[in-house]
Design a protein around this ligand. Structure first.
Ligand SMILES: [Zn+2]
Length: 426
């Protein structure tokens, strides 16, 4: 008999995982089954999976607080939305939260530019905890809670205490299902034996300090427009992509006491072979926020500029103001439309160059660090007016990806035949 809502819930503090509410609900209400506890918090969606991104967040808000208006607060303080929102423009943050509140759970994949596999790698399958956090919680409120940031694969120590995180509460539905038993931290300890943790170092400490701030502070330097400018400035100042890669890799080795490849494996970063080079080439997506945190420390130590405060959020603005691009003569609405859509589609930051690369799908995809099939899917979803505008600009030749897409639509029976996705809120 859950139908409904939770009638009493201890306050979840900023950074407490939403899953805590499910466990507490079961503890507080006599004879509640796991399924009923999940339904009381989330409603009848998502089966038994313990979600990390606020599935049915408007419902959750109503069930927990009797009011759907706390959905934004729940997203920012108790789900991974609060972490990854830093790597999206303000416009995309609005679209993503709108989608989540409307129950469009899948929008998280697109917003982060992640595939289902990437998505799984962002968080650990087993819930993790820190012994010192447990002790603080018990003293403060009598029970311990799961912390959101501890569940990120990209850290293996507690940002507050520096101690290695314990793996506990293993999934009971197989490694991908993320169905956890309804337990609180400290109730299900798994030994640390055999686990290899990254050694403490100045570099790691600086990185963990950023993770401490991720749910409470604004981190405007992580936004796409600022990040693009920071990477371009670093390349310029350090004498090109290769020289910049070498300089930052040497700095990371000095500060962390480990090569970037080892750090990358230990922290499950994407682009394991050369994540620094990938960032400098702007082959970075919102899901790669941890790589940007590592780069931040390095740029700081090397005395390089980090753009951020006071900058606009639209990637399109970069085209007008950055070091590598000349201001255009006239406002180019088709290029603006292209870049906006690229962002909504979760394309890498390198898509900022899309309006200028006159080449076929394979070559463009390679330059941006993505699979050509993904680029084709993006092109197929582009609005016809945008494609037409790009063709009219005469910047694209007959062999270009734009021309190929237009030709494909003609062949399929009229260019106008395919209308398009519109991700913007109504
Ligand atoms: Zn801790």
């Amino acid at each position: 008999m859950s139908h409904g809502r939770c009638f009493f819930m201890p306050q979840l503090r900023t950074g407490d995982l939403l899953f805590n509410a499910v466990v507490l609900q079961q503890r507080l209400v006599d004879r509640t089954t796991t399924h009923e506890a999940l339904e009381a918090v989330r409603g009848g969606v998502g089966g038994n999976a313990r979600d990390m991104f606020g599935h049915n967040v408007s419902g959750v808000s109503t069930h927990l607080f009797g009011d759907p208006n706390h959905a934004d607060q729940i997203l920012k303080q108790h789900t991974f939305f609060g972490v990854f929102q830093h790597a999206l423009s303000e416009q995309m943050v609005r679209i993503w939260s709108f989608d989540l509140k409307a129950g469009r759970y899948q929008s998280s994949l697109r917003s982060l530019g992640a595939s289902a596999t990437d998505f799984g790698a962002l968080t650990t399958t087993s819930l993790r905890s820190c012994r010192q956090c447990i002790a603080c919680d018990l003293e403060h409120q009598g029970f311990a809670t799961w912390k959101l940031v501890h569940q990120m694969s990209a850290i293996d120590r507690c940002p507050d205490h520096g101690s290695p995180l314990d793996l506990e509460s293993r999934p009971i539905g197989g490694s991908h299902a993320r169905i956890w038993p309804l337990r609180l931290p400290g109730e299900d300890r798994v030994s640390r034996a055999g686990r290899v943790y990254l050694a403490p170092s100045d570099g790691y400490a600086a990185y963990l300090r950023l993770w401490q701030r991720v749910l409470t502070d604004e981190l405007p330097w992580l936004k796409p427009s600022a990040w693009i400018q920071s990477m371009q400035a670093a390349v310029l100042r350090l004498g090109g992509i290769d020289a910049a890669t070498r300089a930052i890799e040497s700095d990371v080795l000095r500060a962390w006491g480990a090569p970037i490849g080892d750090i990358s494996v230990a922290l499950s970063l994407d682009g394991r072979v050369n994540p620094i080079n990938e960032e400098l080439l702007l082959r970075s997506r919102p899901k790669d926020i941890a790589r940007r945190m590592i780069m931040h420390g390095s740029l700081d130590r090397l005395g390089l500029d980090l753009f951020g405060a006071g900058e606009g959020d639209q990637r399109a603005l970069v085209l007008l103001g950055s070091t590598d691009y000349c201001p255009r003569q006239l406002p180019d609405t088709s290029v603006d439309g292209l870049l906006q859509f690229a962002e909504q589609f979760g394309l890498p930051l390198a898509s900022v160059n899309l309006g200028d690369i006159d080449a076929g799908f394979t070559q463009v995809a390679q330059a941006m660090g993505m699979h050509h099939e993904s680029l084709r899917r993006f092109a197929a979803a582009l609005q016809l007016e945008v494609l037409q505008g790009l063709m009219d600009s005469l910047r694209f030749g007959a062999e270009s990806w734009v021309a190929c897409e237009v030709a494909r639509r003609h062949k399929r029976g009229g260019v106008g035949a395919r209308r398009t996705l519109n991700f913007a809120p109504a």
